[in-house]
Design a binder for this molecule. Structure first.
Ligand SMILES: NC(=O)C1=CN([C@@H]2O[C@H](COP(=O)(O)OP(=O)(O)OC[C@H]3O[C@@H](n4cnc5c(N)ncnc54)[C@H](O)[C@@H]3O)[C@@H](O)[C@H]2O)C=CC1
Ligand SMILES: N[C@@H](CC=O)C(=O)O
Length: 804
């Protein structure tokens, strides 16, 4: 025989009950032998509890009671619950007169939920000519007298069940009330919340059932609650042991006690979806699967209790006193953690017991507090417990590190020695993010990286397109899901927590809204987004002022913008301190040489102790293009300059290139990589712009480019034969001192020299070191351009994503 158990949501008005009747009908038609166990319908139990509370508090419960009755019959006009309604009326009236109720009365009130549910389904089955027998479990399951959480007396209950099914179970379906039972005085008791599952597993055990099918409103057990973790996946198979852990740690689809009667008889449990007949659900059996981590589960109605004191050190019996005092008041403790110094112990209790627990402990340790042996007994109500079921401690560093990187620092953690489970207590407001971070880290699914792009001009716009084009491939190859949740310019932002698509430009125009950077931080927080990266593709000094705030709110930084690295040395240091404190990273490979691997190379050489003695070269892609072309071709300077601008080689304001600032910045960035403390003012810069063109709007400057022609034609003609112009950066001097010499200048070099040979928009960097002597390491290649720069920024994003 199979036991079919249907939960409240499966039995709700509308599609619910009728689908249940169809499922039962189909099974009967196929000749399957079944017993049906039912919960109360929809929200019935909660409603009854609320009405009871209102009755006690004299709050006027009549209206809610009326609506409750209507709900029970509204979809079924020919079903009468006169007797049940009359009894409920009397009970509530009594409670409102007494202004109080006992647990015994509460059990009586709640029992009507299951009674009406089972009566209704029995009658509906009978109307379909299916032989059904309403079975009140109070005549079968006998318990102790603990109202609200009664324990079954197995021998008696088993006898009753076998006897009943012996009499009534031929071709008739017994429709049994879940959750309710009775004590030996024939008073109604209940088996605790989710007790219907327990009823079903007790029946399965007593009747040696072939399978227990638990019909719910979800497709099975997931790797995490899909409401909190969108990437959660259904688990096909679980062992009883794992299911037991899940049940304990809050997967309320299972009742903790449910599993034990099934394990005893090795009866498989299948979790199914009433509303999806196409799915096999999750099968729970005694078979263990060695594959590892199974699921994340959450307890969120809990509080953390913490007892601390120097005088506890080495004192015997402290823990015993804590647990005895709490047990005495029936307060159950879970997740315990104690430091080896024994100076403090933290543990978790149900949230509604926390204050009581504190009072009990304050009383128990009154003398110890007085003697200053105990300094603090505190509670934190705003916590949740996450349990990683199947987590081995040997790989626990992965989710743990990911949490820290995402600014979730667990308050406490503990593991089981035999099972593979680790539980973490986290702040409640961090639960959502923590779950997604751990889930992304431990399961075989892609890790989501949430990226905010600031600036979508030449570089930023190209980057967005490159990411959107490659993200599917990257997800396949690297299990990394690049989610662009923000695209912003200086005026507007487009938010999409699921990631913008190729229509981002139009959407930003039409749906973009004015913003401040703090709105983006708040959006990430509100949507519990993890693995955050802010990408700066602006040329704005204003935006760099937000770097520290972003870092403090959990963002890593990637930047093509050179400004932040070339502001005052104090800011440079402060940013790095904040990054270190927050365990965040800042990557800016494109700051020098666009997509060329220059900064990384310099960093590695320096870190490995290689003494860099000089760095020299053509640092600017735009000025390289300008002087390479101008030196070799007989064309006006302004025409070639306009070409460099049109090709996207120059800064948004090309005067930044021509005045030498851009090369100066690059030189300073490299100097600072070598731990030199130079400031921007230390750079000797040869400004190429005649003084009369330096001030004013960029458009005015662009309209006067021709005024540069004569100046540069003269410079070109003043050179020695076979010489060409190059605009170079040079970092030299004793680089072991606090500061180096930084020069930016226009030089004339022999065409046959390495610098003279540079072509197109190539940059060339000669790195002189002690080991390499006179022969420098040379890095050469495209030093500017939107595509190569965006690719470099993309590389930095992937580096961060992989480091996780
Ligand atoms: N073009 C190249 O070859 C290379 C450029 N870079 C750097 O890349 C950065 C971007 O350059 P382009 O794309 O050429 O500039 P662009 O002028 O085309 O784009 C800049 C974007 O930033 C936005 N923006 C400006 N201020 C902002 C703010 N406060 N907040 C948000 N957005 C803001 C603008 O609305 C615009 O969308 C610059 O810092 C440049 O130095 C770095 C290496 C090479
Ligand atoms: N304007 C810059 C762009 C790269 O940093 C250059 O020309 O090199």
């Amino acid at each position: 025989m199979k036991i079919l158990k249907f939960g409240g949501k499966s039995l709700a008005n509308g599609k619910g009950v009728h689908t249940v009747i169809d499922i039962i009908g189909d099974k009967i038609k196929k000749g399957e032998k079944i017993t049906v166990v039912l919960s109360a319908r929809g929200n019935t139990t909660n409603e009854l509890e609320e009405i009871l509370e209102k009755a006690r508090n004299n709050e006027g419960y009549q209206e809610q009671l009326k609506a409750f009755k209507q709900y029970q019959v509204s979809d079924f006009r020919d079903i009468a619950f006169d007797e049940e309604f009359e009894n409920l009326d009397k009970l509530f009236e009594g409670v409102s007169l007494l202004k109080d109720y006992s647990k015994r009365i509460k059990d009586q009130v709640l029992s009507y939920g299951e009674v009406m549910s089972a009566k209704l389904v029995t009658q509906l089955l009978q109307q379909k000519n299916i032989k059904a027998n309403y079975t009140d479990s109070r005549t079968l399951i006998i318990t102790d007298g603990q109202f609200g959480d009664a324990q079954p007396l197995n021998t008696l209950s088993k006898e009753n069940v076998i006897d009943h099914f012996g009499k009534y179970n031929g071709s008739t379906v017994n429709v049994v009330t879940g959750f309710i039972a009775s004590n030996t005085k024939n008073e109604t008791t209940t088996l605790g919340r989710n007790g219907s599952n327990y009823t079903a597993s007790l029946l399965a055990n007593y009747l040696d059932a072939e399978e227990l099918q638990n019909f719910t409103h979800v497709d099975g057990i997931y790797t995490a609650n899909p409401d909190l973790v969108p990437e959660a996946k259904k688990i096909e198979k679980l062992s009883f042991e794992e299911a037991n852990e899940l049940a304990y740690f809050g997967a309320n689809i299972l009742h903790a006690k449910t599993i034990i009667p099934l394990i005893e008889k090795n009866i498989p449990l299948r979790i199914l979806n009433t509303f999806n007949d196409q799915n096999n659900g999750t099968l729970i059996t005694s078979e263990t699967n060695k594959k590892g981590i199974k699921s994340l589960s959450v307890l969120d109605d809990v509080a953390l209790v913490y007892l601390e004191g120097r005088g506890l050190l080495g004192k015997i019996g402290i823990d015993a006193r804590i647990f005895r005092a709490l047990a005495h008041k029936n307060i159950s403790v879970s997740i315990i953690s104690q430091g080896s110094s024994e100076r403090g112990i933290g543990f978790v209790v149900d949230a509604d017991k926390a204050k009581e627990a504190k009072v009990i402990l304050e009383k128990e340790f009154e003398v110890d507090v007085h003697q200053q042996d105990v300094s603090k007994i505190s509670i934190d109500q705003e916590v949740s417990v996450i349990s990683i079921i199947g987590q081995d401690l040997s790989t626990f560093h992965k989710p743990y590190n990911a949490l820290i990187k995402n600014q979730v620092v667990p308050l406490l953690f503990n593991n089981t020695i035999t099972g593979k489970n680790v539980s973490l207590v986290v702040k409640q407001h961090q639960l959502h993010r923590a779950l997604n971070v751990i889930h992304g880290e431990i399961f075989d699914i892609s890790k989501k990286i949430n990226i905010a792009i600031f600036g979508h001009g030449l570089v930023g716009g190209t980057l967005i397109d490159q990411i959107l084009q490659s993200r599917t491939q990257i997800e396949k190859r690297k299990d990394i899901n690049l989610n662009l949740f923000v695209v912003a310019n200086s005026q507007k932002v487009l938010f999409d927590k699921n990631g913008v698509d190729t229509e981002w430009k139009t959407k930003l125009k039409e749906e973009g809204e004015p913003y401040e950077v703090k709105d983006i931080i708040q959006f990430a927080k509100d949507n519990h987004l993890e693995n955050l990266i802010a990408v700066d593709n602006t040329a704005s000094i204003d935006f760099t002022k937000h770097y520290i705030d972003l870092v403090n709110h959990g963002f890593d930084l990637v930047s093509s913008n050179k400004i932040a690295n070339t502001l005052g040395f104090d800011f440079y240091k402060k940013l790095r301190t904040e990054l270190e404190e927050n365990q965040k990273q800042y990557l800016y490979e494109t700051n020098v040489g666009a997509g060329l691997p220059l900064i990384d190379t310099i960093k590695l050489l320096h870190l490995s102790g290689e003494n860099i003695t000089r760095i020299k070269g053509v640092f600017s892609g735009s000025l390289s293009y300008l002087f390479n072309t101008f030196s070799n071709e007989e064309r006006p300077f302004s025409e070639v300059l306009q070409e460099a601008i049109d090709k996207g080689f120059t800064e948004p304001d090309p005067r930044e290139d021509l005045c030498g600032n851009d090369v100066g910045r690059k030189l300073l960035i490299l100097a600072r990589e070598l731990d030199l403390c130079n400031e921007f003012e230390d750079i000797n810069i040869h400004n190429l712009i005649p003084e009369n063109l330096r001030e004013g709007e960029v458009d005015t400057f662009l309209s006067r480019l021709k005024e540069l022609d004569e100046v540069f034609q003269n410079v070109k003609e003043d050179q020695k034969p076979n010489h060409v112009l190059r605009y170079i950066g040079d970092l030299w001097g004793d680089l072991s001192q606090e500061k180096g010499n930084l020069d930016v200048k226009l030089v004339s070099v022999a065409q046959s020299s390495p610098l003279g040979q540079v072509k197109g928009s190539d940059s060339i960097f000669e790195i002189y070191t002690e080991s390499y002597g006179e022969q420098p390491i040379v890095i050469q290649g495209a030093g500017a351009g939107a595509a190569v720069t965006a690719r470099g920024v993309f590389g930095d994003i992937l580096r961060l994503a992989e480091r996780g």
